[in-house]
Design a protein around this ligand. Structure first.
Ligand SMILES: Nc1ncnc2c1ncn2[C@@H]1O[C@H](COP(=O)(O)OP(=O)(O)OP(=O)(O)O)[C@@H](O)[C@H]1O
Ligand SMILES: [Mg+2]
Length: 223
């Protein structure tokens, strides 16, 4: 059965960029229109994947090395895609996911130095054709994102340089992704207010995924 991937949207971006806020706003908007929306997140999103999430976030997996960690993320994603995302898309629901494959590409790949060939192979195995049709990358300077995430007003002065540099690299890796896959990934300046961002994202989603396709006009007969 072919799956309507047109309804699969993911949100990506650094810490405090506003992902969780905006997935909720978009879900609310779509639900107001009467659509079924499955709002989910990674790592986790299904009972099996949530169990693995605890392992990943507890630090138990870290000593096993970045490759083992990437495989654990893939195992969690496999459960999530199989038991939540694919069934929802098959019944025609919208699926909005807070972080997905691009987080793995960026955190484990670009920053964790896991070979991109391993990452792409796991992705093919686990995700296959169930690719998001639209990935919104919320782009914000780390000093703003970190201040939001930690509820501070000041900039990143309390963070050590290394910490800050990591978030700069993260931002660059996300920006590179948007350049590599412009059809799927849209970089959105997330320094605006949550309300302004929600409006922008709604316009983008309606424009790309809600507008009926224009029929191709038949060629005119020559006089
Ligand atoms: N556009 C915005 N402007 C100012 N504050 C915002 C904006 N969007 C979200 N916030 C606030 O910033 C904090 C972080 O937002 P949110 O949790 O949505 O980010 P996130 O990208 O999901 O973060 P994380 O990566 O930590 O999960 C929250 O307190 C939220 O209310
Ligand atoms: Mg969040």
């Amino acid at each position: 059965m072919s799956i309507p991937n047109g309804r699969f949207i993911t949100f990506e971006g650094g810490e405090g960029s506003g992902k969780t806020t905006q997935v909720q706003r978009l879900a609310d908007r779509l639900r107001l229109k009467g659509s079924e929306v499955v709002l989910t997140r990674e790592p986790g999103g299904s009972p099996g994947a949530e169990a693995i999430r605890h392992l990943l976030l507890s630090g138990i997996v870290k000593p096993l090395g970045p490759e083992a960690e990437a495989m654990m993320f893939a195992a969690a994603r496999d459960d999530h895609v199989t038991h939540v995302i694919r069934p929802a898309l098959e019944r025609g629901a919208w699926v909005i996911c807070d972080r997905f494959i691009d987080s793995t590409r960026v955190y484990q790949g670009a920053l964790g130095n896991v070979d991109q060939r391993l990452i792409r192979a796991l992705e093919r195995l686990v995700v296959g054709d169930t690719m998001p049709v639209l990935t919104i990358i919320l782009d914000v300077p780390p000093e703003i994102g970190l201040a939001r995430a930690y509820g501070r007003n000041a900039g990143a002065d309390r963070f050590e340089a290394e910490h800050f540099e990591y978030h700069q690299l993260l931002r660059t890796a996300y920006r590179d992704l948007a350049v590599q896959e412009p059809e799927r990934c849209v970089l959105v300046d997330a320094s605006a207010s949550a309300d302004a961002l929600a409006v922008r994202i709604w316009m983008m989603v309606s424009e790309r995924l809600l507008r009926p396709r224009q029929p191709i006009p038949a060629p005119r007969a020559r006089a």
